[in-house]
Design a protein around this ligand. Structure first.
Ligand SMILES: [Ca+2]
Length: 173
């Protein structure tokens, strides 16, 4: 199992109330649900959809970025709906500008199985969100997901060690 420093559980482990999880890959990652009153004001919350998000503009490796999100009570952002795709797109374009190539880590990896891309909650990554020609596993070392801006805008697979800005998400109770 790749995600050795994250809290991972086999799918048949009991999921306790107050936590959220899915089991589609056989391995799930789950996290506490947070009261909106306890979420840092640096996050934007969409209460009716039970999550908050923010951009961190200091570059980190994928795993370090995930740790930063965990310290906030969350995890790297899941681009698991068209609405969330638009959110990350608007924020990334406003941050990096449409002309320059900039990457932002989000919460998916194919480290457990090459070219099987699932979000941290086990749900599959919508392949139509990738930029053309990706994921390509360039040099066979690209196992972490980013949102890319530049000539193309969308998801791109990156080396997990490249330092990039990132988006965090917190699940609301
Ligand atoms: Ca890969």
């Amino acid at each position: 199992m790749y995600i050795s420093n994250m809290m991972c559980y086999l799918y048949d482990v009991k999921v306790y109330s107050g936590q959220k999880s899915e089991n589609k890959t056989g391995i799930v990652y789950y996290w506490p649900l947070v009261d909106v009153a306890k979420v840092s004001s640096s996050y934007t919350c969409i209460e009716e959809e039970k999550y908050c998000y923010r951009l961190y503009s200091h570059p980190e490796s994928w795993q370090e970025a995930q740790k930063v999100c965990e310290d906030d009570g969350g995890y790297l952002f899941l681009v698991n709906s068209d609405k969330k795709y638009e959110i990350v797109k608007l924020k990334a374009l406003a941050d990096g500008g449409s002309g320059s190539v900039t990457y932002y880590y989000v919460g998916a990896t194919d480290e457990h199985k090459e070219d099987v891309w699932n979000w941290l909650d086990g749900s599959p990554v919508n392949r139509s969100y990738f930029i053309p020609g990706r994921p390509d596993n360039y040099q066979k070392i690209q196992h972490c997901l980013s949102f890319m801006t530049g000539n193309d805008v969308g998801l791109d697979d990156r080396s997990c060690l490249s330092p990039h800005s990132f988006f965090c998400e917190i699940s609301l109770s």
